[in-house]
Design a protein around this ligand. Structure first.
Ligand code: CUA
Length: 324
């Protein structure tokens, strides 16, 4: 089957499970298609109209058939059971694909017409190529700079949309070193078909060496790059006030906490909220602060937003405690 290329290579921990479910669904489909088509042919032959056997006069009434309670129940319960198996099996795979392990390596991904941009937390950046270690879960933290793209690595059975204005996540664990094709699986404009790249899975030691290397200049870790943006955009002026003139709330310890809002209610300061508060600050105002923050839409790129958020998270005492 592999030689005939019906399936892409299986190169992640989830690939076997996804294929198992697919083969089950394919098997069920083939079985019932053959059964029903076969029965149609058998019944056509067996119950064909024969001279003298069945009524020939159109006026004669045909036989009246009572239903069979057993049969009706049988062919309702069996398909119900099969669909439930498919549902729970699919839901369990979906759940494991949606919940990255805690020790996953994080890579920031920005989709853009028509390229994939990656940044590792240690700072190394790449375009249309993603280096990952084998034997370790990798979580992609994704967004898009323009339209919806979809990150698709067939060998990993991994596919997730990159959506503008929102963060999505997917994870995988590569099982063997190699190069695997990466596609954009969402029509995103004229060069959609050219939005391709490759994922390069390396042995962990080789990966560490690759991560430390750099095409030119040093690698600036994501959070440190975020601090540069933070300073360059003048954020400290309002968020680190000297004296009592607090024009904006302090950002230290903010990430992950519950923020009370003007007009009641509260919101958890997750990545989505932090991003929204930078791009459209008036959307959810922190209680007790005036609506004076200008928008940073267009002033900071999606990569810079990810870096800024990483920096804000690094300011969090709870997060610092978690790392220890
Ligand atoms: Cu990006 Cu299709």
């Amino acid at each position: 089957m592999k030689r005939l290329s019906f399936f892409p290579e299986q190169a992640s921990t989830m690939a076997g499970q996804v294929d198992g479910l697919f083969l089950f669904l394919l098997g069920v489909t083939v079985f019932f298609s053959l059964l029903i088509a076969g029965l149609i042919v058998v019944f056509m032959v067996r119950f064909r109209r024969r001279p003298g056997v069945w009524p020939t006069e159109a006026s004669e009434p045909t036989e009246s058939l009572e239903g069979s309670f057993f049969l009706e129940t049988f062919w309702s319960v069996v398909p119900f059971g099969i669909t439930l198996v498919a549902f729970f099996w699919g839901a369990s795979i979906y759940a494991s694909l949606s919940l990255p392990p805690d020790d996953a390596l994080v890579v920031n991904v920005v989709g853009k017409q028509w390229m994939w941009k990656f940044q590792h937390l240690e700072g190394r950046q790449e375009i249309d190529e993603l280096h990952v270690p084998t034997g370790r879960p990798v979580r992609l933290h994704m967004t898009s700079e323009d339209v919806i793209h979809s990150f698709f690595v067939p060998a990993f059975r991994t596919k997730m949309d990159a959506v503008p204005g929102r963060y999505t996540a997917i994870w995988f664990e590569a099982t063997k070193p190699g190069e695997y094709p990466l596609y954009c699986a969402e029509y995103c404009g004229t060069l959609h078909s050219g939005m391709i790249g490759r994922v390069i899975a390396l042995e962990p030691t080789e990966f560490q060496a690759w991560l430390a290397g750099s095409a030119g200049g040093g690698n600036v870790p994501v959070a440190a790059a975020g601090e540069r943006v933070y300073q360059a955009q003048g954020c400290p002026t309002c968020h680190e006030p000297r004296g009592d003139s607090a024009r904006g709330p302090s950002l230290a310890g903010l990430a992950g906490t519950s923020v009370p809002l003007t007009g009641g209610g509260s919101v958890t300061a997750d990545d989505g909220y932090l991003r929204e508060s930078i791009v459209t600050p008036q959307a959810k105002l922190v209680a007790g602060y005036p609506p004076i923050m200008p928008t940073y839409q267009g002033l900071v790129s999606e990569e810079e937003l990810m870096q800024l958020i990483a920096y804000i998270k690094s300011l969090s005492p709870s997060r610092a405690a978690e790392r220890r």
